[in-house]
Design a protein around this ligand. Structure first.
Ligand code: COA
Length: 92
């Protein structure tokens, strides 16, 4: 019997020397397929800084939708910073 959560949190970082080659997009899209088809998860959540347009694009291309904005969500570079929240629902 599966529990009520069945979610995963997703985070990623691409070495700046390799940025802009589609690595994050390909990896996130592959992870979505694995989470859905092999792990049977219900959803994946992720968050980005408000100005991280590249990461937002990665998530949107993989089918994530923005579900809100969390004030002072994570401590980045020593400061508690607002984040956009995203999710993808994998099964009905
Ligand atoms: C954000 C990050 C993961 C993107 O990785 P990447 O492998 O360069 O991403 P991709 O090559 O798959 O590009 C994804 C899309 O974002 C766009 N993009 C990437 N960086 C961008 C930027 N700084 N501004 C605007 N668009 C950007 C690309 O043009 C591409 O869009 P397209 O497919 O429509 O052309 C990478 O830059 C990174 O690791 N940054 C530092 C850590 C970080 O921010 N992690 C995510 C935390 S939420």
């Amino acid at each position: 019997m599966r529990g009520p959560f069945q979610s995963a949190g997703l985070g990623y970082w691409v070495d700046s020397k390799c940025a802009g080659r589609g690595l994050a997009s390909a990896t996130v899209q592959a992870l979505v397929e694995t989470a859905r088809d092999e792990l049977g998860l219900h959803r994946i959540e992720a968050s980005t800084l408000l100005d991280n347009v590249g990461s937002q694009r990665v998530l949107q291309k993989a089918g994530f939708q923005q579900i809100g904005m969390a004030p002072r969500y994570l401590q980045i570079a020593g400061k508690w910073q607002d984040h956009n929240l995203y999710q993808i629902v994998l099964h009905d």
